[in-house]
Design a protein around this ligand. Sequence first.
Ligand code: C2O
Length: 534
Amino acid sequence: CMVRHYKFNIVTKDATRLCSTKPIVTVNGKFPGPTLVAREDDTVLIKVVNHVKDNVTIHWHGIRQLRNGWADGPAYITQCPIQPGQSYVYNFTITGQRGTLWWHAHIVWLRATVYGALVILPKRGVPYPFPKPHKEAVVILGEWWKSDVAAVINEALKSGSAPNVSDAHTINGRPGPTPSCPSQRGYTLQVQAGKRYMLRLINAALNEELFFKIADHQLTVVEVDATYVKPFKTETIVITPGQTTNVLVEADRLTGQYMVVASPFMDAPILVDNVTATATLHYSGTLSNTAAALAIPPPKNATPVATNFTSALRSLNSKEYPALVPLEIDHSLLFTISLGVNPCSTCVNGSHVVAAINNVTFDMPRMSLLQAHFSNIRGVFTDDFPGNPPIPYNYTGTQPANFNTNNGTRLYRLAYNSTVQLVLQDTGMIAPENHPLHLHGFNFFEVGRGLGNFNPTKDPEKFNLVDPVERNTIGVPAGGWTAIRFRADNPGVWFMHCHLEVHTTWGLKMAFVVDNGKGPNESLLPPPSDLPKC
Ligand code: C2O
């Protein structure tokens, strides 16, 4: 294993999309940002230098950061932001992980343009547990706003309604031709007939679960969230913000061009974004003016397509890559996910939309929770986050009349190495919606999912405790639930939040605090000397 050094200069750069130009915040002037490549067991040092006028942090999404939350990145959770003119070196070792992850800014909505791929190759000499691809390509899906994204956040916080949706989706930073800007070229993936390719798909969109497909080509899913799965074939992938999916594509046509599409999947009636991003799969030797075979995306409410895809995911669970599902449970938790409306004196209508877990709307602290935990600073957070809904109700049925939530910076405390079963229950508060929940610091197993209310006596009988998919971000179905299990073997403070940025902004977030164990390698490491100060 080796030590790899990267330098991330945070700089502003003009970018033209949808036939108009605006300055965006980037890493090294690139959009999407640079791909970070490492091998399992490598140590990676990334020096982030902030040359812009906004505060910055970078999160290495899905990297477990064992005992090393100082390198995790979410602002005010594990570190204070890197202020203008300052720098910070993220220093971490990749342990027991290989596959596709990604990195992104983790402060307000800066990740709209500050993101890139993180490719972890297996240890030298260790093959993939699937047929070797001829070539690999990173394919990052995203969103594009014509307006200033910061203005969209303020709107989300102040208004009584949902903020503006994006103006387009993107594939590797480009929307492709759109009705309003037919001249713009999309991303092109070059292939040779008869060869096999691996696409490393990442959903970096701020607020949209997406479908992905390629005309006339099947996709073989081999990995999600940097964990191997039992390979299966599908026409369409569904991928939530935060998730990654590796697929094999056989270039089994002789020639031609084939459309690649990324299109929105959502059940929420309040969003109206219909813009599909397009790219091209191009067989070498084909004239570039050849008409591309069309890919028809599923309709945006195609829940069965999403359900079929999700239920096909299984851990590989081989001898080399066993699924270590916790079988005994120390903490059995149920978290409701809801939207709500709270009074707000500075808001347009005297109230604003909020979001909550177990009716708690998370207040961001003014210093990092990890520092407060490490140095025993009182008054920054409490550790009384409710493990179950304070007042149980019919979560997906008739809703209580009161949409108000309670604010707090409340954490849930876990003993080192204790095991957790967490049921994430969507509710019909305001509207049922899909929620991609992301847990920092851990991978978890998805042992069950269903529609309606979770039934604590009947549903666990159907749990898959043998080969459930292992991941770091899970799509909680609209009007349904999902059950996950993990072992709290990583001391520190770990954020959990909806990866729809608008919901996070509204307060759909909380954190776990995991105490140190008694063994020599069971405690949080001390902070690095260059850790930014608030
Ligand atoms: Cu990819 Cu806390 O985020």
